[in-house]
Design a protein around this ligand. Structure first.
Ligand SMILES: NC(=O)c1ccc[n+]([C@@H]2O[C@H](COP(=O)([O-])OP(=O)(O)OC[C@H]3O[C@@H](n4cnc5c(N)ncnc54)[C@H](O)[C@@H]3O)[C@@H](O)[C@H]2O)c1
Length: 321
């Protein structure tokens, strides 16, 4: 089969994860171009993964005519990149958050209508999360009652990069990191969030929030408490799932990615997963959608659903956007 020709827009941190993932599928795809406004950044990635380096995304799309792109720029530039791809009928894997706000996300989805658009909510491809989804579906946890999630760490780029520039990022940690938590909650409940109230704070002297807590409720009545911080130094990435017949914990840093205990169990049951790499699985899914015409797991409607919650969360916290 002819290899899928893939290009990247943005050659920073997350581009490295996309490139490693595409390299793991080198029998199915090849990197043909990498564009970054800092051409040296594109050049460094090209030296490792191949293709041609550009300092202008549209010039790259015209020169190398890819079948697909990964959008790996800061959020402000997701919409223009997606529009440029749409004009050329190119499939798009767009990093999270979908854009700076709901209106831009709607514009991306409208531009890409009829074309393949996948949003990179990579946790959907984390095998322990998929294991938890299976456990929930099996009914062994009973009815879901509550979900708690925490992503906390000390973020060295807070205050020193675009991540804390609202004009570029669309906000602070709520849109950057809690966007993952919102999609994880949707994945586990299989339901949409109907109510969302946020509290935000900043310990750092920055214009956006560096910590956020979000209280959500799904249409079916599951309650979620989603917490994240860029200023708490002990890294934690944990999802706790509580049902009427048992509970489960996804711990990203534990040897066993998933453990659970049912009502009558004496001990916790641990489930190990082989070296989970969610970016490789995410790229596999994107490539398969191109190869087969299958619909993406995380398409335009998912991006819109998550961004509606983000808007409600900022509004409830009194942030004008
Ligand atoms: N899935 C995840 O877990 C995850 C993790 C980190 C970042 N991200 C997301 O990935 C995106 C990029 O984040 P990052 O950490 O790689 O940022 P980064 O700052 O490390 O890299 C961004 C790159 O984009 C380039 N760039 C900026 N404007 C551009 C433009 N108009 N055209 C081409 N290149 C441009 C910059 O020069 C830089 O090299 C963001 O949306 C971010 O939220 C996702």
């Amino acid at each position: 089969m002819k290899k899928i020709r893939v290009a990247l827009i943005g050659a920073g941190g997350i581009a490295g994860a996309h490139l490693r993932a595409y390299a793991a599928h080198a029998d199915r795809c090849e990197i043909v171009g990498i564009a970054d406004i800092v051409e040296a950044a594109a050049g460094a990635k090209v030296a490792e993964y191949g293709g041609r380096a550009f300092n202008d995304a549209e010039a790259m799309l015209d020169a190398v005519e890819p079948d697909a792109i990964s959008i790996c720029t800061p959020p402000k530039f997701h919409l223009p990149a997606a529009e440029a791809a749409a004009e050329r009928s190119i499939a798009v894997l767009c990093e999270k958050p979908p854009a700076r706000n709901l209106a831009e996300t709607e514009a991306i989805v409208a531009a890409m209508r009829g074309l393949l658009l996948q949003f990179a909510f990579c946790h959907r491809f984390h095998p322990p999360l998929q294991g938890a989804q299976d456990l929930i579906k099996s009914g062994r946890l009973g009815d879901l009652v509550q979900i708690e999630n925490r992503f906390g760490f000390r973020f060295s780029r807070a205050g020193t990069s675009w991540f804390t520039d609202a004009e570029v990022a669309g906000g602070g940690i709520l849109i950057d990191t809690l966007v993952h938590s919102i999609d994880i909650f949707r994945a586990l409940t299989g339901d949409e969030i109907e109510s969302a109230q946020a509290q935000i704070s900043s310990a750092l002297p920055i214009e956006v929030e560096d910590s956020a807590s979000l209280l959500v409720r799904s249409g079916g009545g599951v309650i979620g408490t989603l917490n994240c911080s860029w200023v708490t130094p002990v890294s934690e990435a944990v999802v706790r799932i509580y049902g009427t017949e048992g509970q489960a914990i996804i711990d990203y840093d534990a040897a066993a990615g998933l453990r659970y205990k049912l009502a009558d169990d004496h001990d916790w049951t641990e489930q190990n997963f082989d070296r989970p790499d969610r970016f490789v699985a995410q790229a596999d899914h994107f490539l398969r959608c191109i190869e087969t015409g299958e619909s993406p797991l995380l398409g335009g409607e998912d991006g819109l659903a998550v961004m509606r919650v983000i808007e409600a969360a900022y509004e409830s916290a009194g942030v004008t956007r």
